[in-house]
Design a protein around this ligand. Structure first.
Ligand SMILES: *Cc1c(COP(=O)(O)O)cnc(C)c1O
Length: 379
């Protein structure tokens, strides 16, 4: 299924695995609605096909960061409720109100802008209020929360908005047992009580990301918002890999060798000659580079399956290509090089790349560049 017979490189996206991951995650939070987080082009997997697959598997909400992402889902005719949360002054509030997108408000300026847009659109905006439970990014500070909820309730009574949700985001849920977790849950519960005291009756209250969904049942509330786990990547690799949570990686990144050639010992490889062949050997050229999302930090470190064995990136990753040393082994131009995949055909995983590059697997899949075609399987 993943074998390539033409083309330079591709990211194979296994939508059957994605649907199965959604089912596995829903089983962990059976009482909660499921928001499939498809921001950042579904973590590099392709937003629209992944959103559709998640809805088929029982998600009823889609979560994205930016309003532009929300509008792109609507423009593609994708159904389901859509929540977006990363706004800057100026909107596009009105377009989102008209598209029936649920928008997040963390501060008074945003409430002012969204109520104005609702007035112009002639229909109420669906608003979710966000509290900063401790992450220190967006969300109203607890001191501002009673004022924000009261103002939102007033706008609701004026018919300008409908408060559909109240939510927050964890800071350290990927470190089970971290003391911030119970503290942030408590801040969130208090914020929910204050919202109720203000007269708000949100449809959904939510805080759980992937680690919350998998490891913290008390964080599930009315809805869970998994992202990375839906793509089959463990959000807590120190606790367990994907299979330990019933998940399977969705993306396989592969390329076809552009060159295979014999070189003498002492031959420098790639910019800066940070690798020099230890003896006569065969070099294979893998035609993907940092423009395709292969981190330059993988220079001399990234693993890749070529000719049946793991090889290590020899020397620097360049913009469009990198080299591996095949030692005594042979290969042909056009042979497949698998950078990462589910791992069960002997290939490395995105987690292996993350470890090699000093990052997280989220970043490995999300950065795969637009020059790499996504090819969908399990449709
Ligand atoms: C990205 C994001 C998520 C999903 O996080 P994962 O760790 O990938 O599950 C959930 N909620 C918000 C607000 C996010 O920004």
């Amino acid at each position: 299924m993943n074998d390539m017979t033409s083309g330079r490189a591709r990211a194979h996206i296994d939508l059957a695995a994605l649907r199965a991951n959604v089912a596995a995650l829903r089983a962990k939070a059976p009482g909660a609605a499921f928001m499939a987080v498809v921001k950042a082009d579904a973590y590099g997997h392709g937003m629209v096909p992944c959103a559709r697959a998640a809805l088929e598997a029982g998600a009823t909400w889609l979560g994205v960061a930016t309003p532009e992402e929300a509008l792109a889902l609507r423009a593609a005719g994708v159904g389901g409720r859509v929540l977006c949360w990363l706004w800057t002054p100026g909107g596009p509030w009105r377009a989102c109100v008209e598209a029936g997108v649920d928008v997040t408000v963390s501060a008074h300026w945003a409430l002012t802008e969204v109520t104005a847009a609702a007035r112009e659109a002639g229909r109420p905006a669906r608003v979710q209020l966000k509290v900063d439970a401790g992450l220190g990014r967006n969300g109203a500070q607890p001191a501002q929360w009673p004022g924000l909820t009261a103002a939102a309730r007033a706008a609701e009574q004026a018919g300008l908005i409908q408060v559909t949700g109240v939510w927050a985001h964890f800071s350290c849920a990927d470190e089970p047992g971290h003391p911030s977790i119970t503290r942030e849950l408590q801040v969130f519960r208090t914020a929910l009580e204050q919202a109720a005291d203000a007269g708000l009756e949100p449809e959904v209250r939510h805080i759980a990301n992937s680690p919350g969904t998998l490891t913290l049942p008390e964080s599930h509330f009315d809805l869970v918002r998994p992202g990375v786990a839906m793509y089959g990547i463990s959000p807590v690799p120190q606790v367990g890999g994907p299979a330990d949570f019933g998940l399977r990686p969705v993306m396989t990144l592969a390329a076809r060798l552009a060159s295979v050639k014999a070189v003498p010992g002492g031959h420098g490889v790639s910019y800066g000659h940070h690798y020099v062949t230890p003896g006569p050997t065969t070099l294979a050229l893998v035609p993907v580079g940092y423009a395709d999302g292969v981190p330059r930090h993988a220079s001399g470190a990234g693993p890749v399956l070529v000719a049946g064995k793991w090889r290590t990136v020899a020397g620097r990753v360049a913009m469009d290509q990198f080299v591996v040393d095949l030692g005594g082994d042979s290969a042909e131009p056009g042979d497949e090089a698998v950078l990462f995949g589910p791992g069960d055909r002997g290939e490395p995983t995105a987690e292996d790349w993350a470890r090699a590059c000093g990052t997280i697997a989220y970043e490995i899949v999300t950065r795969v560049g637009s020059r790499v075609p996504r090819v969908y399987g399990g449709v």
